[in-house]
Design a protein around this ligand. Structure first.
Ligand SMILES: Cc1ncc(COP(=O)(O)OP(=O)(O)O)c(N)n1
Ligand SMILES: Cc1ncsc1CCOP(=O)(O)O
Length: 711
């Protein structure tokens, strides 16, 4: 028994003549008429107090007005009033008169709307012949505080999906907390592929507006036009397998360089400079601008906005909101980094404020931050929370990003050793990056900047969808970090003056650990230029001792093949606890339990990748196998070209090529020494220079005898 006329529910005004909303000096009729002039398509008279006679009089007068605009008037709860006035119908809630009775009283031609907060309520109302559903409450609102459920956009979407799947074509509006700032985002986020909303029902945003006509006009325009932010999600959204995504990555990175998009950063006090440099490095054009008013102009420049709330304060928050609206209006993308989201009540509230102020294309945070965002509905409503005190496993993280992205209809990135990225449908895990990233302040924040460049560039014609652009940015950033970690970060401790170091806190010493493989007496006659390997090993041992770097020295079957050669013995003994000498083995590789379980390498005791310099006699056997094992376990390998040999010198070049191909770096012992120092200003510099000077002749000899033949 469905009402035969299809009603236009686009902009549904629900009245409220209380002092708090209508105000002391305006009358209901004038405001409703102004709203009708602005384009309201349905009016519901909702009066919670007053005598029946008074209500009938109000309804009659209002009906006179709505009829002139050809707009249906419905009465909230009161079937008797609707009958008395002869208006077009009623709206009833779950606790009001039942639908069958209302239909019996009103007859088949009147419109009956029913409130639905759950799928069951919605299905029941559809089955029983409701003409439309008022779905909500979407977001908490002071207009109705006795609301039973806050269901968010995701709740509305679920109801729409389920009624469509059950075959109902009942019309629908959503209600609760809708206003001109969020209407497009709510519409976008409520949208189910199976069924769209027919409109929105609004009380205060129209009834309390200083200019109800203008606001209604604006709301109508916003509802009936495609939101700028959703106009171009870009590319082929069905690219779903990791290989296809990875294949698109180079084109995204290249396109950023070609288009130099603006990366507008509203970021924290710490990373302003670093973020600007990262933007430049990835090919973007940075602007670090915290004044919200400026965003209206900046948003027109084809870039993207980063809102990083690392140093949030009240004026900052206001500025973020202004900028967010401006970028949404321009349809330019916004990346949100909810830094420290769960840390304080202020930050938790800020998350709610930002979520309710506009559409965020990408939300990027660590586990705690993403959990907090997930647990925060607009205006701090809790919905299907995730326990923020526990650590999630990989599956749970994947589920979390997927659920949040599905709820927000955007892309969510959860960073960590493994990153998880989802657009609510497709979810990927990324294992790139380097443990050093966690030791350098601002690296997480500058990932946000990198993402902004990729999504801004995409919009300018990058041709890939948003998720692919975000993944490309993550890979760009993390692979760059892997590469940079070697030359840039090895000497990190040494690059800073001690004063800067104190400010930076405890940056650990991350040098390259020398490992000296099987330089034993018995091999002396058999190995090409054996003595020169010994010279290099001695220099490395001395330098490592000065620099306080742990050293590992193995022997192969010591009982049969003898000790490490006598020239090295004094350095093994004086190096104290730093030196792990006489690690005997039968395996060719040095990757034996005495080494693999050492804190330097064991992933359970240290979370970082180690950098290892290998010196040893048989480049094609023990050195190669050690290098491959270390690489396989995620460590970085350096081979001292002046510190490796073989029985037949021709083997050496082949072995070095193989190790290089596998990912090892071929270097020289002197280069390694200087890389470990990084800065001539370090206290150890003098000692190292002494070693270098004293072994200058050895270095020349070793280079001449060993390297000349292999590089
Ligand atoms: C369009 C629309 N949707 C929902 C409601 C809420 O109705 P109800 O649940 O009966 O709550 P009250 O309005 O009576 O407080 C509505 N009025 N209009
Ligand atoms: C009547 C009603 N039902 C659910 S929320 C609500 C009030 C919506 O008011 P506002 O549009 O001012 O948030």
């Amino acid at each position: 028994m469905t009402h035969p006329i299809k009603i236009d529910y686009t902009l549904y005004l629900v009245t409220d003549s209380t002092l708090a909303i209508l105000g002391p000096d305006r009358d209901l009729y004038t405001v409703v008429e102004q709203a009708l002039r602005g384009g309201v398509t349905v009016v519901q008279l909702r009066e919670k107090t007053g005598d029946t006679a008074e209500l009938v009089a109000k309804a009659r007068k209002l009906h006179g007005i709505t009829k002139r605009y050809g707009v249906p008037l419905l009465i909230n709860d009161r079937v008797d009033v609707a009958l008395a006035v002869g208006c077009e119908g009623v709206h009833v809630g779950q606790d009001d008169m039942d639908l069958a009775t209302v239909r019996k009283l009103l007859g088949p031609d009147k419109i009956i709307g029913v409130t639905a907060s759950t799928v069951d309520e919605a299905l029941r109302a559809c089955e029983r012949g409701a003409d439309y559903l008022g779905i909500g409450t979407v977001y908490a609102t002071p207009t109705k505080t006795n609301t039973k459920e806050i269901i968010g956009a995701a709740g509305v979407r679920e109801i729409l999906t389920k009624i469509a799947e059950a075959g109902h074509n009942t019309q629908t509006v959503c209600i609760g907390g809708v206003n001109e700032l969020n209407v497009q985002r709510i519409f976008h986020q409520c949208h189910s592929p199976k069924k769209a909303l027919d409109g929105v029902a609004i009380v205060s945003a129209i009834m309390a507006a200083p200019d109800p006509e203008a606001v209604s006009k604006k709301l109508h325009g916003l509802i009936t036009s495609e939101p700028a932010f959703a106009a171009d999600l870009g590319g082929n959204q069905s690219v779903a397998d990791a290989r296809s995504v990875v294949d698109l990555v180079p084109s995204v990175i290249k396109h950023v360089h070609e288009t130099t998009p603006l990366s507008h950063n509203m970021t924290n006090l710490v990373v302003q400079n670093i973020a600007a440099n990262v933007a430049l490095a990835v090919g973007a054009s940075p602007i670090m601008a915290g004044y919200g008013e400026e965003a209206a102009d900046l948003g027109k420049l084809g870039g993207a906005l980063v809102i990083n709330m690392g140093s949030v304060d009240p004026s900052g928050l206001e500025n973020y909101q202004k900028a967010l609206r401006a970028y949404n209006q321009q349809g330019r993308p916004v990346v949100y980094d909810p830094v420290g989201a769960g840390a304080t009540a202020i930050r938790r509230a800020a998350v709610g404020t930002i979520l309710s102020s506009g559409y965020l294309d990408v939300i990027k945070g660590n586990e705690g931050e993403i959990k907090t965002v997930f647990n925060t509905q607009e205006q701090e409503e809790q919905q299907r929370g995730v326990d923020s005190s526990t650590t999630l496993d990989a599956t749970q993280k994947a589920q979390l990003v997927r659920a949040l992205a599905a709820r927000e209809k955007n892309v969510v990135v959860l960073t960590g050793k493994t990153d998880f990225v989802s657009d609510g449908t497709r979810t990927f895990a990324i294992d790139n990056g380097h443990a050093y990233l966690g030791m350098v302040t601002g690296t997480g924040c500058t990932l946000g900047t990198t993402i902004s460049a990729a999504i801004a560039s995409r919009k300018a014609g990058g041709g890939v969808d948003r998720l692919v652009a975000v993944i490309a940015a993550i890979l760009h950033f993390e692979i760059a970090a892997e590469i940079a970690a070697v030359p840039l970060l090895i000497g990190l401790k040494f690059r800073y003056s001690s004063n800067e170091l104190n400010q930076l806190g405890a940056l650990p010493l991350i040098p390259t650990t020398p490992s000296i493989c099987d330089i034993q007496e018995k091999f002396r006659p058999a190995i090409h230029e054996f003595d020169k390997v010994v010279l290099t090993a001695r220099k490395a041992l001395r330098a490592a001792t000065v620099l306080q770097i742990p050293i590992f020295v193995t022997t192969q079957n010591r009982a049969r093949l003898g000790n490490t050669v006598s020239e090295l013995q004094p350095h093994l003994q004086t190096a104290g606890s730093l030196v792990q000498a006489n690690l005997d083995k039968t395996r060719f590789s040095m990757w034996i339990p005495g080494i693999s379980s050492h804190p330097q390498f064991s992933s359970t005791s240290t979370d970082h990748t180690s950098d290892v310099l290998i010196i040893g006699i048989e480049s094609h056997i023990c050195v190669t196998q050690t290098a491959l094992d270390l690489l396989q376990h995620g460590h970085r390998v350096y081979i001292a070209a002046d510190g490796v040999s073989s029985t037949n010198r021709e083997e050496v070049g082949i072995a070095l090529a193989r190790m290089r191909h596998a990912g090892a770096v071929v270097t020289s012992s002197e280069s390694w020494v200087y890389e470990c120092m990084g800065d001539a200003g370090i206290p150890e510099f003098k000692g190292i220079v002494g070693v270098v000077k004293e072994s200058a002749g050895d270095t020349r000899e070793a280079l001449g005898g060993l390297v000349g033949s292999k590089i």
